[in-house]
Design a protein around this ligand. Structure first.
Ligand code: CA
Length: 216
């Protein structure tokens, strides 16, 4: 068991408690130290704090998933509203607990995660000869890798979940762009244009007055 927590007292309490339950426990006090420990291998699961020096818990779990390391992750976060459960689960954590938590609840969640075993690697998505691997954030076209910017990737990741369907510009703006920011009204057209240059014009059709469709 790996505990990544920078609050020394909490880390020590978790270590003592889990050792008393028969777990072998290592503690890392920073994000980078946690990442090194996971890369070293040998852990059944990880308890991971969100706010860590060096590298946040979210970023850490994103990186280990990108490296195809599938140990179960239970995230811990302060109840300050700064982060929410959806963020944690989105980035690849398996369960989430808000501080302060009951030790009994933590133990129950941890045992449930261990029973469930390593999470499933997310499936590779495809439309025609285009494929997108969410775990590695990798896009290929007829087997050749396509380099996309973060926004182009987000746009394709949304469209490829609905291949052959018409997706409206409003829906794309809602899901691919941050609604709280001022987004230029033609942002969707602009990025559709960028994406077409990389995946080929015929793979992303404009359906006049309705939206866009990724061909299958
Ligand atoms: Ca912390």
């Amino acid at each position: 068991m790996l505990v990544v927590e920078d609050e020394a007292r909490l880390a020590a309490a978790l270590q003592r408690g889990l050792q008393a339950e028969g777990f072998v426990v290592d503690v890392a006090g920073t994000g980078p130290a946690g990442l090194d420990a996971v890369r070293g291998g040998g852990y059944d699961a990880m308890i991971l704090d969100v706010m860590l020096p060096g590298l946040s818990g979210y970023e850490l779990v994103r990186r280990i998933r990108a490296e195809e390391r599938w140990l179960p992750v239970l995230m811990l976060s302060a109840k300050d509203g700064e982060y929410d459960q959806a963020d944690g689960l989105d980035c690849g954590a398996d369960d989430y607990l808000t501080k302060p938590f009951s030790y009994v609840v933590l133990l129950a969640r941890l045992r449930a995660l261990l029973r469930r075993g390593a999470p499933q690697r997310p499936a590779v998505l495809s439309a025609g000869d285009l494929s997108l691997d969410p775990a590695r954030r990798r896009v290929t076209l007829a087997g050749a890798e396509v380099a996309l910017t973060a926004r182009e990737y987000a746009l394709l990741a949304y469209l490829i979940r609905r291949p052959g369907e018409v997706v409206s510009k409003i829906e794309l703006l809602d899901h691919v762009w941050d609604a709280s920011l001022d987004t230029a009204p033609n942002a969707v057209e602009v990025y559709v244009g960028y994406l077409r240059r990389k995946i080929g014009r015929d793979r992303l059709e404009t359906v006049r007055g309705a939206g866009y469709r990724l061909t299958t």
